[in-house]
Design a protein around this ligand. Structure first.
Ligand code: NCD
Length: 305
């Protein structure tokens, strides 16, 4: 039985396999529409979500399966004091696979020790978000043709942004990657990733505060929201929240084939005028996320395709 807690739980060849399945689903959706008949996915969301939860649910429905779950901790027995372990043991009696989001780092991992069905981490605090990375990877593959030889700018809240952490881990396994870390000092990438992943893998990187200067060298610009819910005080959030606002003007010196990504939701980080630019890829990312989650569900439920 497989779990997806960290993106590195999937090998490079399994990621390749998932992108191939997702691409086949995009081409031949009818082939897949009964594959998960009589199967159930449970979405246990102890934290807010739009895309991740609904794309998991849409993914299972498009495979012919069913969905149960809750979308806030207060509507579950967590509000009565039930442990995550007891919740997943229970839900495992009803569902074949569980996608779980939790504000505590490590909660999905702890859940996976007790669960009798596969657990998929749908975001744990400021730590990891592997299925967003699957969406990001399919976007990169579709837009750039592959994962090697890319200069990737990561901009915004690199400290608490779990999507950035998982994406760095994923990209660190490909050839000739370069990272440009763009953030205010207070929101810089934690050492356990800077030293423990980027430096450990001898990946060249630079750190800067200056988005406009950095943008011209980039193949990918990954914008992120300042993660208000992880701040200890509101004053710091207010001071930092508008550190970066991407506009068409700021893209003036960027490459013509730059791919602008964002896991969404955005607050102010990307001006809506950028949406019409051919370099804006963030709504494509949303679409690809559903197909990668379909591929992941098929793989973890060991459905023959
Ligand atoms: C991200 C998350 O939840 O970490 N959203 C998502 O799942 N697409 C990013 C964010 O909330 O800023």
């Amino acid at each position: 039985m497989r779990n997806l807690i960290d993106i590195l739980d999937l090998s490079v060849s399994e990621i390749e396999e998932l992108t191939q399945i997702a691409e086949d689903i995009i081409k031949n959706p009818e082939k897949y529409q009964e594959k998960c008949r009589y199967k159930k996915l449970a979405t246990l969301f102890f934290e807010p979500s739009t895309r991740t939860r609904l794309s998991f649910e849409a993914a299972m429905m498009e495979l012919g399966g069913n969905v149960i779950g809750f979308s806030e901790a207060n509507s579950s027995s967590a509000a009565k004091g039930e442990s995550v372990s007891d919740t997943v043991k229970t839900v495992g009696c009803y569902a074949d696979i569980i996608a779980m989001r939790h504000p505590k780092e490590g909660a999905p991992l702890a859940a996976s020790f007790k669960a009798e069905v596969p657990i998929i981490n749908a975001g744990d605090g400021g730590h990891n978000h592997p299925t967003q990375t699957l969406a990001d990877l399919l976007t990169i593959k579709m837009e750039k043709g592959g994962f090697d030889n890319l200069t990737i700018g990561l901009c915004g809240d690199l400290k608490f942004g779990r999507t950035v952490h998982s994406l760095i881990n994923a990209m660190s396994r490909y050839k000739n990657i370069r990272f440009v870390l763009i953030s205010p000092e207070e929101l810089s990438l934690p050492d356990y990733i800077k030293k423990g992943v980027i430096e450990k893998n001898n990946i060249p990187y630079t750190e800067t505060r200056d988005l406009e200067e950095a943008v011209k060298d980039l193949d990918i610009l990954y914008m992120t929201r300042v993660q208000r819910e992880r701040f200890f005080n509101e004053a710091d959030y207010i001071r930092l929240k508008d550190s970066y606002i991407l506009t068409l003007e700021k893209l003036a010196n960027a490459k013509k084939d730059l791919c602008v990504m964002h896991p969404l939701p955005r607050v102010n980080e990307i001006s809506p005028e950028v949406d019409e630019d051919s370099r804006a890829c963030y709504f494509k990312q949303v679409k690809y996320g559903k197909y990668m989650r379909m591929a992941l569900i098929l793989k973890f439920l060991e459905v023959e395709i």
